[in-house]
Ligand binder design. Structure first.
Ligand SMILES: NC(=O)c1ccc[n+]([C@@H]2O[C@H](COP(=O)([O-])OP(=O)(O)OC[C@H]3O[C@@H](n4cnc5c(N)ncnc54)[C@H](O)[C@@H]3O)[C@@H](O)[C@H]2O)c1
Length: 346
């Protein structure tokens, strides 16, 4: 899909929507980038936006509880949607319908129907809409992806995610918090690492009796992917002890050998005799010495390049909806107890 590019020689005007945890991480990125200007901050709780701006020394920054007032008043080029997932559709579509591009936090939305509405709104407006999947930019994930690409055709990709975690209140309101909020990170990485797309899903999502979440926050899922690859995910937010990294723990088995990655350090690889796969090193940090939430600066850079050149960034909505479709198919499978085809048509 093509979107309108921005050719004017000036910093691009940005508004952050949502002044919770991740909004507070995105605003410094917009301030640090020479090609962007932070021109407003919106939160349904206006005092939250005011307090967040004050914390960054931005006392004069326009803040409001009204998205439309800030869009009309400040005329931004793009927003960064940092609201809770339930608000993503409304915020994103409101911006797109006013001709404003959107860089969104994951997940794109809760349901696939909402996502389709958002992608169609981007198509109609001919504006760039992308979801930043920050883990795609981790230097050792990139190294793992490069190593896996040298393993020949893949047969099996596995990821385990075990992290005891008490998240923000919106998570406790979800029926399947692990699948609805977290799993998208790993499902999206499975696509990034393998280059394959989902075909079908079988999933069980459940609540262990000791869990501190009312909803189901343990799950195991098997995906058939294109090329006959099987991708499996097992994870829990209420499994105390022996935590994995926040990116999980990975194994990829191809015709030439196997690569493993613990989700943080350097990947390892072992191949059969006649084949070689390099143990790729991590990319050097492009932003050394600056404390930051990883993968936001890189995602912003790709998004801005997209706005300037028309080159779709990773996470462009027509691509990212495929990762969301893995989540929604897994949820449907968990609810029906059946294997479910993964559909991501718009
Ligand atoms: N990439 C990552 O690793 C990562 C990490 C944390 C959160 N997130 C994602 O970021 C999003 C926000 O998470 P959070 O932890 O910052 O949540 P949060 O609850 O801390 O903050 C959300 C904020 O959005 C505001 N809000 C809700 N509806 C709104 C609306 N319609 N308009 C304007 N503001 C609205 C709330 O008042 C709140 O201040 C979620 O989608 C979450 O999954 C991603």
């Amino acid at each position: 899909m093509t979107f309108i590019t921005l050719d004017e020689d000036r910093p691009l005007r940005a508004v952050v929507v949502g002044a919770g945890y991740i909004g507070g991480q995105w605003a410094p990125e917009l301030l640090a980038h020479p090609g962007t200007e932070l021109v407003g901050w919106v939160d349904v709780v206006e005092e939250r936006a005011r307090a967040a701006a004050t914390t960054l020394g931005l006392d004069g920054l326009p803040v409001s509880a009204s998205l439309t007032a800030v869009l009309d008043g400040e005329e931004p080029d793009f927003i960064v949607n940092c609201t809770i997932p339930e608000a993503h559709r409304e915020v994103t579509v409101t911006a797109l319908e006013r001709g404003v591009s959107v860089l969104s936090e994951k997940p794109m939305s809760i349901t696939l129907d909402e996502a389709r509405t958002m992608v169609r709104a981007a198509d109609r407006a001919r504006r760039l809409f992308a979801v930043n999947q920050n883990r795609r930019f981790l230097p050792n994930l990139v190294a793992f992806r490069r190593t896996v690409a040298e393993l020949g055709p893949l047969g099996l990709l596995t990821s385990e995610f075990f992290m005891p975690y008490e998240g923000p209140p919106f998570l406790s309101a979800l029926e399947h918090p692990l699948l609805q909020d977290m799993a998208i990170h790993l499902f999206d990485l499975a696509r990034a690492v393998s280059g394959a797309d989902p075909v079908s899903a079988y999933c069980e999502s459940f609540r262990s009796p000791w869990s501190w979440y009312p909803g189901a926050c343990s799950a195991t899922a098997i995906f058939e992917m294109t090329g006959g690859l099987r991708y499996t995910f097992t994870g829990s937010w209420s499994a105390p002890g022996q935590a994995t990294s926040w990116t999980g723990s990975w194994r990829a088995a191809g015709s030439h050998g196997t690569a493993r990655w613990d989700g943080s350090g350097r990947p390892t690889v072992e191949t059969v005799k006649e084949h070689k796969a390099r143990r790729h090193p991590p990319e050097p940090d492009r932003y050394p010495g600056r404390p930051r939430f990883s993968g936001l600066a890189e995602g912003l850079e790709e998004f801005l390049t997209g706005l300037r050149t028309g080159r779709a960034p990773q996470g462009e909505c027509h691509d990212n909806i495929r990762s969301l479709a893995m989540v929604t198919a897994a949820l449907e499978s968990a609810r029906t107890g059946t294997r479910v085809p993964v559909a991501f048509d718009v």
